[in-house]
Write a protein that binds this ligand. Structure first.
Ligand code: ATP
Ligand code: MN
Length: 461
């Protein structure tokens, strides 16, 4: 007999034999009869299995406890109980694996997120993490679907990089040298010439620079890969290892870039609303009562577009007490971004034209000599969800800026070749995948939207 997934079985007609396999969420009942809630990961909903205890081996039935893995063959009937339309009257039960009730950590419901982080290897078995992981999958699928439909190519940029010019954060080194006995040069610094790549290599902080190489030949590309930042920021919005989606488009200016960022994020949210309704309903009930309303609001309303300079004026005029100072030339902190979005505009906001000194060397310089064509997309509860820009395509300006910022042009010869040969206006941005999942799920800590979070002093699983 063919095993079926609980999701399909729950949506099907009664009056037939079925075989399901999964993990017991709860077992209730009395001496004679058992009601087993079975979950197989295909949906947030459990299927109820009704078993006449006398018809089964007593020893085997003892092992059917919360957390155990079983298979059930039986007849699918209309359910008497409320909350489900069909249930299974068990004809055969196969016990695959027991879970000692004295030791299984998920015996009870309602564990804190902090506790579940300590048992991240088991938290997939909770309703909340099941829902988050299914939504995460759906969002990854929707990302590829969106770009494929628009004719973008998925470009796999390297994870190990020899360039450290991105400057987006502290980097992790990659080496096969003996850490206890690092070769040193005359200057006392580590000599990487005998290292695996013959030079100092690191884990990438962004696929953008390589993405630009692809875009200036293929037209429109996107990357979707892991990125690594050794920043020691213990916040609910930062991970040391996170996934980023970085589209890069030839012949796009900053306005085209904003249009894409807005269309893309609203598409993803609509996709979740249309395709993840059971999981979102659960999260709306259990995690965040405003979730669905917020998602619909963002999907249905245009984003506000204004400049960094205008935003700073708004912040300066507000009578808020800021933890971090506000002023033209200073970077905006999450508290400022969230004020603009949640209290002032009450919409997602795209800020543009940032001071050049707080942005990366590759952003296109405006004629005012002070600002660059960068853009950040700010979301409620999250703050910055996207950072991007139109890129500087003029060789001389780019070289001048690199020199000012102390970025060695000779190491970046391959990047500069795009400006040397057939340069063209182009733009792109990076969407932090986990920040998107935070927004879509209503979860409050980024550690709870990635299967295995990497944060300072935490890489156990
Ligand atoms: P922030 O100011 O929030 O630290 P950033 O300006 O350093 O972010 P970018 O370099 O612009 O970030 O990266 C693009 C996107 O990647 C951000 O908009 C954000 O969504 C995401 N992101 C950046 N750093 C992290 C991190 N440490 N963990 C998770 N996502 C991140
Ligand atoms: Mn940014």
């Amino acid at each position: 007999m063919q095993r079926e997934k609980v999701k399909q079985v729950l949506a099907s007609e009664s009056g037939r034999e079925v075989l399901v396999k999964g993990w017991v969420r709860t077992r209730r009942g009395n001496k004679n009869i058992s009601f087993i809630a079975l979950n197989d990961g295909s949906t947030i909903d459990n299927i109820q299995v009704v078993a006449d205890n006398g018809s089964f081996d007593a020893e085997m039935m003892k092992g059917v406890t919360t957390g155990s893995a079983i298979g059930v063959r039986g007849s699918l009937v209309e359910s008497q109980g409320k909350g489900q339309s069909v249930e299974i009257i068990a004809g055969e039960i196969i016990l695959y694996g027991t879970a000692d009730p004295e030791k299984y950590p998920l015996q009870k419901k309602g564990h804190s997120m902090e506790f579940l982080r300590d048992i991240a290897h088991l938290r997939f078995r909770t309703n909340t993490f099941g829902a988050v992981m299914r939504i995460r999958h759906a969002m990854a699928y929707a990302v590829h679907h969106y770009f494929n439909t628009k004719g973008y190519y998925h470009l796999h940029t390297p994870i190990i990089t020899g360039s450290d010019a991105e400057g987006a954060g502290e980097m992790f080194s990659v080496t096969t040298l003996d850490l206890a006995n690092m070769p040193k040069g005359k200057d006392g610094k580590v000599d990487f010439s005998s290292d695996f790549f013959g030079k100092h290599t690191k884990l990438t902080v962004s696929g953008q620079l390589e993405g630009e190489l692809g875009a200036l030949a293929l037209g429109e590309i996107y990357t979707f890969g892991p990125t690594f930042r050794a920043e020691n920021s213990n916040t609910p919005r930062h991970l040391a290892e996170f996934w980023m989606i970085e589209p890069e488009m030839a012949f796009y200016d900053i306005n085209d870039n904003m249009d894409l960022a807005e269309d893309f994020t609203r598409y993803l949210i609509r996709y979740a609303l249309d395709n993840c309704s059971a999981d979102l309903a659960f999260l709306n009930e259990m995690v965040d009562k405003d979730l669905l309303e917020r998602l619909r609001f963002v999907a249905d309303n245009d984003f506000i577009r204004t400049t960094y300079t205008a935003a700073v004026e708004i912040l300066e005029k507000s009578d808020r007490k800021w933890e971090f100072p506000v002023g033209w030339g200073r970077d905006l902190q999450a508290e400022h971004e969230r004020y603009l979005v949640e209290e002032h505009f009450k919409r997602p906001v795209i800020l543009t034209d940032y001071p050049r000194d707080i942005k990366a060397f590759y952003m296109k310089q405006n004629d005012d000599g002070k600002t660059v064509r960068g853009m950040d997309v700010l979301f409620p509860r999250i703050g910055e969800i996207i950072g991007g820009s139109q890129r500087e395509e003029v060789m001389e300006k780019l070289e001048e800026r690199m020199e000012e910022m102390g970025i060695p042009a000779e190491e970046m010869w391959w990047y500069l070749d795009t400006r040397r040969f057939g340069t063209a206006p182009h733009s792109g941005f990076g969407l932090g995948f986990e920040r998107l999942i935070l927004f879509v799920t209503g979860m409050s800590n980024i550690r709870d939207v990635i299967p295995f979070p990497r944060t300072p002093r935490n890489a156990e699983f």
